[in-house]
Write a protein that binds this ligand. Structure first.
Ligand SMILES: Cc1ncc(C[n+]2csc(CCOP(=O)(O)OP(=O)(O)O)c2C)c(N)n1
Ligand code: SF4
Ligand SMILES: [Mg+2]
Length: 282
């Protein structure tokens, strides 16, 4: 397998995506397949871990290893896979409810630890799978099944949070711009460290307010000479909520958790079992 040149079709599972017709997630998975082919990811060495949600179905549609886990736990589970098997290409996928609601407490820790994995956060500002409850990114005033008059909460700002948490690669994309997304996926997958893509992907069935039409009015690519090394500048554009700037916002090379663990193993050796480890503390 490793001597063969893999094509985009080689990354597609036999099971075709079953999202609603017109769902933005098709615009996410297509460039993702293309990016896997571009970097020639080996399916046997690639693991996709997802949470629960329409977006959480991602691993079923990819010809790689997959783990469809517990709602909100895609990122810490993926981190565990990477720490146990640093040789694997590890990808976590989930929705805005999964990653920013129930799983919101996990994100800062995997980001600060700089675990070497790629997290695809697919945001549609709604709980799609469970049929239309407000989510942490639903805008103030938006109507939903759980806010029939209007949503009374302010949304979180995922880009601002990810930059503040210390993620070493932060990009923002839109499912309606798949060519841009493919480039971002390639850069994220090649990045050594925690790379995260916040991707807006309209839910055509459950969200009638944040749509492809409203997004097309605010999506704008970052300038070609954008300085990716400036975290504060990234925070400034995150705070510009009138424009949905897309592109690689921030990137730095910082020692990763698996590099630090490997260095420690070199220094102290690998413990054979827990008795040996605890003997160290006597
Ligand atoms: C512990 C737990 N709580 C709640 C649920 C129900 N549940 C399943 S998916 C989901 C929300 C999905 O929304 P999101 O993460 O935004 O994904 P989307 O479907 O929009 O892609 C919820 C609340 C669950 N499966 N497990
Ligand atoms: S409910 Fe929304 S997010 Fe889920 S498959 Fe349908 S369009 Fe996509
Ligand atoms: Mg969602």
């Amino acid at each position: 397998m490793s001597d063969m040149v893999l094509k985009v079709a080689d990354y597609k599972a036999d099971l075709k995506p079953i999202w609603c017709a017109g769902c933005g997630d098709y615009g996410v998975i297509t460039p993702f397949y293309q990016a896997l082919a571009e970097i020639q990811a080996q399916p046997k060495d690639t693991v996709i871990v997802s949470g629960i949600g329409c977006s959480g179905r991602f691993p079923y549609f990819c010809n790689t290893y997959g783990f469809h886990g517990v709602h909100g736990r895609a990122v810490p589970t993926a981190a565990g896979v990477k720490i146990a098997r640093p040789d694997l290409l590890v990808i976590a996928v989930g929705g805005d409810g999964d990653g920013l609601g129930i799983g919101g407490g996990h994100l800062p820790h995997v980001a600060r630890k700089n675990v070497d994995l790629t997290y695809i956060l697919i945001d549609n500002s709604i709980y799609g799978l469970t049929k239309g409850q407000s989510s942490p990114t639903s805008p103030l005033g938006m109507k939903s099944k759980t806010a029939p008059y209007a949503y009374v909460e302010d949304p979180v700002n995922p880009l601002l949070m990810l930059l503040a948490y210390g993620a070493s690669f932060v990009a923002r994309g839109y499912s309606g711009k798949p060519k841009e997304l493919k480039e971002m996926f390639v850069a994220a997958l090649k990045h050594k460290g925690f790379s995260v893509l916040h991707i807006f992907s309209p839910c055509v069935s459950m969200n009638r307010e944040v749509t492809a039409k409203t997004m097309s009015e605010i999506v704008k690519p970052l300038p070609a000479d954008w300085d990716k090394s400036n975290r504060l500048r990234g925070m400034e554009i995150a705070l510009d909520t009138a424009t949905f700037w897309t592109g690689v916002v921030y990137q730095e090379r910082r020692e990763t958790m698996d590099e630090r663990l490997a260095a420690m193993e070199q220094r102290v050796g690998r413990y054979k079992d827990l008795h040996e480890l605890f003997a160290h503390y006597k």
